[in-house]
Write a protein of this length. Structure first.
Length: 212
């Protein structure tokens, strides 16, 4: 009898733990502007800043003009690699970065000029975030409801009907091994970057095209 009660208690505890893991830490609306996903983020209790969620970006960056506006101080230079190439900037001294009052942990912010991207997109951009969020949280996006959910990665278990793909986060860019069926019916396989900041559905690089 005691053993039965013990198993029931363990089952209930496991159920509660799984339920908590499946509950979003926060859920916020996102805006789709052209090919880019914008979410509201606060840095050091600032106003709501417009950040692009770009999975191809290996470095969380703040527009240098926005950094000046909110009084951020810069420190040492740093460089990382993203899908756009090498990004360089100065490490900013910050205390807190939040999305819908949920503090994001273990994220460093660098300042850089986003003027070229603003001119290309046609709107103000306060910053870009991508890899750091994927490394520390489970990210779920619902394009029907236009909502952006963050889950604690510890204990999270996907329960949807979609297909799971193993994601590799080397080089600060998520990539997967996948198959693509062409209009001719031919199927090709390879390693593909997952880049929400890209302006195309699927791109093939020249060496891959020549090889296949």
């Amino acid at each position: 009898m005691k053993r039965t009660i013990g198993l029931i208690i363990i089952a209930i505890f496991a159920s509660i733990t799984l339920s908590l893991a499946q509950t979003p830490l926060t859920s916020v609306p996102f805006e789709l502007y052209g090919d880019h996903i914008f979410v509201k983020i606060k840095v050091n209790n600032s106003r709501d800043l417009d950040f692009i969620f770009d999975t191809g970006d290996g470095l969380t960056v703040l527009n240098i003009e926005t950094a000046k506006e909110i009084g951020m101080l810069s420190g040492a230079d740093a460089k990382k690699t993203s899908a756009e190439g090498e990004i360089s900037g100065k490490l900013l001294k910050h205390q807190k970065i939040e999305i819908n009052n949920q503090e994001l942990k273990d994220i460093e912010i660098y300042e850089t000029s986003l003027r070229h991207l603003e001119m290309s997109i046609g709107r103000k951009i306060d910053g870009i975030i991508g890899y750091d969020m994927l490394e520390n949280y489970v990210v779920s996006m619902n394009f029907d409801k236009m909502t952006f959910d963050l889950f604690n990665s510890k204990g999270y278990s996907y329960t949807g009907t979609g297909r799971k793909l193993a994601i590799n986060l080397t080089s600060y860019i998520p990539h997967v091994h996948a198959n693509v069926t062409l209009a001719t019916g031919e199927t090709v396989s390879g390693e593909f970057f997952i880049d929400t900041g890209a302006k195309a559905t699927v791109d093939f690089n020249t060496p891959f095209v020549k090889k296949t």
